[in-house]
Design a protein around this ligand. Structure first.
Ligand SMILES: Nc1nc2c(ncn2[C@@H]2O[C@H](COP(=O)(O)OP(=O)(O)O)[C@@H](O)[C@H]2O)c(=O)[nH]1
Ligand SMILES: [Mg+2]
Length: 328
């Protein structure tokens, strides 16, 4: 009996074989198992894959317990969400991280100054958004963990130097990298035959060094970039365009901030809970404590316009900046 494996399965298998880290290997193997047609002909293969999975999981756990050797393809998410900066050498990725966050990456005249992913937190109103600086993407020089890093992020920023003479090949390389990362720009409709496990994510183009340009190069870069990707001319050196960018980096994450309040107390307006857009009163209660969610009877909401201490049930969908009093 033949196994009749799908192209998607073979694709995952390729990634499994090419994986450079435990995390990547684990993820590819899980996909292989999910994609394996389940019938008599694949029983043995299925058992074999499950065995490999158990072994990998054990090793991963072991590594996590013992070693300090972190997987560079995984940066722990902090704050409201995580953006990964990708771009060719000298585009200004590290300069942008320095301009937008409190992180102090090395900025250099020479390419490949940045060797490992470096996260920084961007303050925005009462939340923080995480940006991750990465080593350059260049022909023949791309770090093997970059696709994984991009796949695991909440969004991707493609950074270009508008004055560079290789904007087109750089965009082609970045496009190819997004493909390997299985990141599908959210502004682009998913095709009917979309492969599984695509990450449908915001992808923005940051056209950097616009301070060196009278607008000509920026327009050429805009034409070279895919027309369905949002395009932001910026200058890391001068700060141009960054004030317009900050709110977008929060809003594109599609998160809401809600402030929990105890009955009879003032709300803690300094520390919002950050939840996914569409989150309900129940989701907030779960975040506060599982017991609170279990015992929840109702909530009162103070928010924009229509709510003013109005009583709602756990299924009520919250909005950004709602103040919620949980009654358990
Ligand atoms: N004029 C100008 N130079 C910039 C800007 N951003 C970065 N640079 C310079 O470009 C070079 C490369 O910057 P860097 O942030 O290290 O680029 P990376 O390799 O993409 O991380 C450095 O000399 C920076 O000073 C910008 O907005 N305007
Ligand atoms: Mg750098």
């Amino acid at each position: 009996m033949t196994a009749n494996l799908t192209p998607q399965y073979h694709d995952a298998e390729e990634r499994y074989k090419a994986a450079s880290s435990h995390g990547e290997k684990l993820e590819a193997l899980k996909e292989m198992i999910a994609l394996l047609p389940k019938h008599k002909g694949t029983e043995k293969l299925y058992a074999d894959l499950k065995k490999r999975l158990a072994k990998l999981e054990e090793e991963t756990e072991h590594a996590a317990r013992g070693a300090h050797r972190a997987d560079p393809g995984h940066v722990r998410r902090e704050g409201a969400g995580q953006w990964v900066l990708l771009g060719p050498p000298n585009a200004g990725k590290s300069s942008l991280l320095a301009a937008l966050t409190h992180a102090r990456p090395e900025v250099g005249e020479y390419p490949f100054t940045t060797r490992v992913p470096l996260p920084g937190m961007m303050p925005f109103e009462d939340v923080q958004v995480q940006l991750v600086d990465t080593p350059a993407v260049a022909a023949g020089h791309t770090e093997p963990y970059l696709p994984n890093l991009a796949h695991n992020a909440d969004g991707v920023l493609l950074v270009l130097d508008v004055t560079a003479d290789d904007v087109d090949p750089s965009l082609a390389l970045l496009d190819e990298l997004l493909g390997r990362a299985r990141v599908w720009p959210r502004t682009r409709p998913l095709p009917r035959d979309a492969p599984p496990f695509l990450a449908h994510r915001p992808v923005l183009v940051l056209a950097n060094k616009c301070d060196l340009d009278d607008g000509t190069f920026t327009e050429l870069a805009r034409e070279a970039a895919a027309p369905d990707l949002p395009f932001f001319p910026v200058s890391a050196a001068r700060g141009a365009g960054l004030d317009a960018l900050r709110p977008v980096l929060f809003s594109e994450l599609r998160r809401i901030r809600v402030y929990a309040k105890e009955p009879g107390h003032k709300p803690d307006l300094g520390r919002p809970f950050v939840l996914a857009d569409g989150a309900t009163v129940h989701d907030l209660a779960e975040r506060v404590h599982h017991d609170v969610a279990a015992a929840l009877r109702f909530a009162r909401i103070w928010g924009h316009a229509k709510f003013d201490g109005q009583q709602v049930d756990r299924h009520h969908v919250l909005a950004d900046r709602d103040v919620v009093e949980l009654h358990a």
